[in-house]
Design a protein around this ligand. Structure first.
Ligand SMILES: Nc1ncnc2c1ncn2[C@@H]1O[C@H](COP(=O)(O)OP(=O)(O)OP(=O)(O)O)[C@@H](O)[C@H]1O
Length: 572
């Protein structure tokens, strides 16, 4: 863990070295001040020469100024260094998220992921830039001050430090306890963020059901759990800080008492006594630092443990080692004895075999929950099949890179996700390097022109989060424009028009028909009117594929499809 932690330092070793060296210089200068006071009282003051004292003070002032500069560098460069490490970890974590499969996002909660990539990382960076510096300076100051104290009076110094081991043991125990509390705070924060995200993104549903107070209760409960975890943390912090305080004051008091005794018996001068008391102050300052570390260290460490746990999760779907760039597809698709289940105990698809010729439009119909969406989601490898094989033009989809496979598949779903941005940016998402002319052509093909001409900023109109300012039909047209631009050889239309009214559906359907030209299309539909012209209709049921044929053939079979058709259109 430690090795991994320090590997993040390597690219910024120069910044770290500057920060570290300045912090060390600053700590050494702190050690010098008690000695200076000792010198003034014992050597310069008895001379009675004010000029010497003024000159000495000027020298001290110059040192203070120098130390101020050191402090500035430590605070500024230290944080710059920390921000680099934080950003590197953030990039790594985001890349890690991007590599994950659908199954990962099925399990994870957005709010939790957000808190991992924001708060956790900030706290790790605090640890990264304070940690080594604090540990080193604490040890150096403790040892330095102790040596100087020994130089003043050996028995006194030994007695003073005797109190330290007790403090060390107690702080060590506290530190472990606080790491555990912090892991629990982070879990609570993750749940808290996930709850807020859930509630805010579903605010329209909340309002529609007038369930504000219900949501409020959930929020208050989560917020309270988070607060209680923090209270436990602050309680232990306050205990350790108070304990620290009393030990520090004891050391001070002890230095004053025992030091006064040795002064009275003539073993110390007044200057040495004052210098010693100041030194004991320098000596206990690192203990204050340890106390501050007790806040930063457990938070950062707990965050780092969580980060590593996350980064160590291997994505469950990856490119095979020998995967190659997929050739340009013609669009012949074959599912060969394919089985799949979201969990091992409950298979959704078993031994499914389907052969689809390039250019065909194949519709999947059947009862809800039968596995139609699951079936088509296996083609772009959103989920990995448990057995069997899926090929496109005879090439196993597992032998090509996911990027090159997915670039040749276009998906239009019922639930359109649009990004906060302009219409143009959302269309461009289909192919980021497309020219303006290509974007315009895609807009025309998707019959989006009329929508745009009525918008204040045309193609540059902001559409809001998830395209909130567009109607359902307009959103769907935009999503179709995206696919026209992408121009894939294979199309998946998953209930693309189900959410629309009949007039809009007919309008969008004509775009989809145009989109399907020259491509292999897998269409999932509940409204059978939209698929009667399909080259083939496949009936998927929980028991598997039960029928496969044209509309007329399946009607003639007078079985499941015919029943479905009759239930939608009445008797025949
Ligand atoms: N991400 C998921 N994780 C776990 N189970 C899932 C997931 N998605 C679907 N399922 C389950 O898999 C089965 C098939 O679901 P699927 O969405 O493929 O059915 P469908 O035929 O497309 O249904 P519909 O017509 O209602 O969209 C269902 O039992 C469903 O509960």
């Amino acid at each position: 863990m430690l090795k991994k932690f320090f590997s993040y330092y390597v690219p910024y070793k120069k910044l770290f070295a500057i920060d570290f060296i300045c912090a060390v210089i600053s700590a050494i200068l702190e050690l010098f001040f008690p000695i200076a006071v000792n010198m003034v009282i014992d050597q310069i003051l008895p001379q009675g020469n004010l000029r010497h004292i003024v000159m000495f003070s000027v020298l001290l002032f110059a040192l203070y100024l120098f130390n101020t500069t050191m402090n500035y560098i430590v605070v500024y460069i230290g944080h710059v260094f920390g921000s680099h490490i934080e950003t590197d970890m953030r990039k790594e974590l985001f890349e890690h998220f991007q590599k994950q499969s659908y199954a990962y996002f099925d399990k994870m909660k957005t709010g939790d992921l957000m808190s991992r990539i924001t708060t956790d990382l900030f706290e790790i960076s605090e640890l990264a830039h304070h940690g080594p510096e604090d540990v080193f300076i604490t040890i150096m100051t403790l040892v330095g001050a102790f040596l100087l104290m020994l130089n003043v009076h050996i028995p006194l110094a030994l007695m003073t430090v005797a109190l330290i081991p007790i403090l060390g043991v107690v702080l060590g125990l506290f530190s472990r306890y606080m790491v555990n509390i912090n892991v629990s705070i982070k879990q609570n924060l993750g749940r808290f963020n996930a709850g807020i995200q859930n509630s805010i993104s579903g605010m329209r549903v909340v309002k529609a059901f007038a369930n504000e107070s219900y949501e409020n209760n959930i929020f208050v409960d989560l917020a309270e759990k988070y607060r209680l975890a923090m209270v436990r943390f602050y309680n232990s912090m306050a205990t350790s800080s108070s304990f620290n305080y009393i030990v520090m004051r004891l050391i001070n008091l002890f230095a004053l008492l025992a030091g006064s005794y040795y002064t009275i018996v003539g073993e110390l001068t007044i200057g040495e006594l004052v210098g010693y008391i100041l030194l004991s102050n320098v000596f206990i300052r690192p203990l204050e630092r340890i106390n501050a570390m007790l806040e930063v260290y457990p938070k950062g460490y707990a965050g780092f443990v969580r980060l590593q746990e996350e980064l160590n999760k291997e994505p469950d779907i990856v490119d095979h080692p020998n995967a190659v760039e997929a050739p340009k597809f013609e669009g012949n698709i074959r599912y060969d004895n394919v089985s799949f289940g979201y969990n091992k105990e409950k298979p959704v698809l078993e031994n499914v075999t389907i052969d689809i010729k390039a250019g065909q439009t194949v519709a999947f119909v059947g009862p809800s929950g039968a596995g139609k969406t699951t079936l088509v989601n296996l083609l772009p490898r959103f989920y990995e099949i448990t057995s069997g094989q899926i090929t496109v033009d005879g090439v196993d989809i597992q032998d090509v890179t996911m990027q090159s496979l997915r670039k040749q598949i276009g998906i239009v779903q019922q639930d359109v996700f649009l990004f906060d941005g302009t219409i143009k940016e959302n269309v461009l998402y289909g192919r980021l390097d497309a020219t303006d002319e290509e974007v315009e052509a895609a807009i025309d093909s998707a019959k989006l022109r009329e929508v745009i001409s009525n918008l204040p900023d045309g193609i540059d109109t902001q559409i809001g989060e998830r395209g909130v300012s567009l109607s359902g039909g307009q959103k769907q047209r935009l999503s179709i424009a995206r696919i026209f631009l992408k121009n894939p050889k294979i199309l998946i239309l998953d209930e693309a028009t189900s959410a629309l009214d009949t007039a809009t559906e007919r309008f969008i359907q004509s775009s989809l028909d145009e989109l399907s030209q020259g491509r292999t299309s897998l269409v999932i539909a509940h409204r059978l009117a939209t698929i009667t012209n399909a080259d083939r209709i496949i009936v998927v049921t929980p028991e598997g594929i039960m029928e496969d044929g044209t509309h007329e053939e399946l009607l003639a079979q007078n079985n499941i499809y015919a029943d479905l058709y009759r239930s939608q259109f009445g008797g025949m």
